[in-house]
Design a binder for this molecule. Sequence first.
Ligand SMILES: CC(C)(COP(=O)(O)OP(=O)(O)OC[C@H]1O[C@@H](n2cnc3c(N)ncnc32)[C@H](O)[C@@H]1OP(=O)(O)O)[C@@H](O)C(=O)NCCC(=O)NCCS
Length: 184
Amino acid sequence: MVLTYFKRFRMELSLTAALAEPRLPLGYRFVAWDTSLLAVHAETKYHSFRTEIDANVFPCLGDADGCYRLMKEIVRKEGFLPAATWLVAYEVGNRQWDYCGTVQGIRDRSGYGAVQNLGITPEHRGRGLGSCLLMQAMCGFRRVGLSRAFLEVTAQNEGAIRLYRRLGFRKSRTVFKAVEVAYS
Ligand SMILES: CC(C)(COP(=O)(O)OP(=O)(O)OC[C@H]1O[C@@H](n2cnc3c(N)ncnc32)[C@H](O)[C@@H]1OP(=O)(O)O)[C@@H](O)C(=O)NCCC(=O)NCCS
């Protein structure tokens, strides 16, 4: 095994200014958190992350069971916030829904809203869903009285960084995540 270091940015957003209510494209809707949706969040997370850079940084994201365990951990946390935890669903037929986006929110110990794993499945990207879902989570942080939010993003994930910058997030710190990688 060799130790590899992934460069990541912490990015922050002030929630004190007015936030625009996100508007999803036609055919899509937000689905609020409910405990019965834990497996749906896990599956949507898996489909969003399994072939992406973050599946190397956090190997559990590249594995269906790993995503399920991660979801269970997130929901058990003391600061878990249902108000900032959402799915996006797309209507594929009469009352049939394809879940295509997931995000979870936590209140951390310093009172920040912490974004967990924003993900949109590959077939639904580039339509503004990631931006809408992140703003939906920000509105949830605001509703429970939080005034700042943060997330961490891998430096190589340029598309995600562009999205965060466009929505007003700014880099506040660089961190390095050590990961053990099998030697080949
Ligand atoms: C990062 C991620 C969530 C973005 O989701 P998305 O739904 O594609 O995001 P958006 O559609 O809001 O924005 C992406 C691009 O589509 C463009 N876009 C937004 N609305 C659009 C619309 N209505 N029509 C066409 N394009 C649009 C945006 O301008 C943006 O372009 P850019 O890449 O040049 O900045 C998604 O790529 C993903 O899940 N990646 C894998 C998991 C991951 O890395 N998550 C981040 C962890 S930190």
